[in-house]
Design a protein around this ligand. Structure first.
Ligand code: ADP
Length: 181
């Protein structure tokens, strides 16, 4: 079988991440791990109570002060088509001088590290921090694409990453970021 090139290990889909049939979807969670709005709310609604149960357990046992920004943790996917959810807490945008870019990059790295360690075939990412957390979408898309490309170039697993964008603007911005070398 031919070795897949980097570009055909990355896909862009406009739609609802909860519908993606991948090994794991990433949740742009908040550090409480106890659910929220946006994509977090959509994932808990679609995946059912088993996800929140595991999040509550992790919060109590492992992250009593909350999941620090840039870190990630995996739970079941509950009733989702994806078998697992990788929860990561993105940075809140404060103007760019409070390590937001490093924290956002760390989110992608932490999720990919879990995917590699657990030999997940495929992972779908939403555009972390670009909703309620207010991260500028163009910069966030550039970081997402850069981090995923770097990771895939150095690791066999996950074999495939899907960027799932919700809105037209993010779709265009990801297309542009992916078209750049
Ligand atoms: P954050 O708090 O990290 O900003 P949000 O959930 O508010 O998280 O938004 C992150 C991104 O996820 C936004 O670009 C938003 O449009 C997108 N989004 C919201 N719901 C979904 C969904 N069901 N599937 C994919 N992306 C979604």
């Amino acid at each position: 079988m031919p070795t897949p090139t980097l570009s055909n290990r990355i896909q862009l889909v406009q739609g609802d991440i909860t519908k993606q049939a991948v090994s794991a979807i990433v949740n742009a969670a908040n550090s409480s791990l106890l659910g929220g709005g946006g994509v977090d709310g959509a994932i808990h609604r679609a995946g059912g109570p088993a996800i929140l149960e595991e999040c509550k357990f992790l919060r109590a046992r492992k992250y009593p002060a909350g999941l620090p920004p840039g870190q990630a943790v995996a739970t079941t996917g509950g009733n989702l088509p994806a078998r697992y959810v990788i929860h990561t807490a993105g940075p809140v945008w404060h103007g760019g001088s409070q390590h937001e870019a490093e924290e956002l990059a760390a989110c992608y790295q932490s999720c990919l590290k879990i995917a590699t360690a657990r030999i997940f075939e495929s992972v779908a990412f939403p555009s972390i921090s670009t909703g309620i957390y207010g991260y500028p979408k163009q910069e966030a898309a550039a970081i997402a694409v850069r981090e995923v490309r770097q990771w895939l170039a150095a690791h066999e697993w996950p074999q495939r990453v899907v960027f799932v964008v919700f809105d037209e603007e993010n779709r265009r911005l990801y297309e542009e970021a992916l078209a750049e070398q």
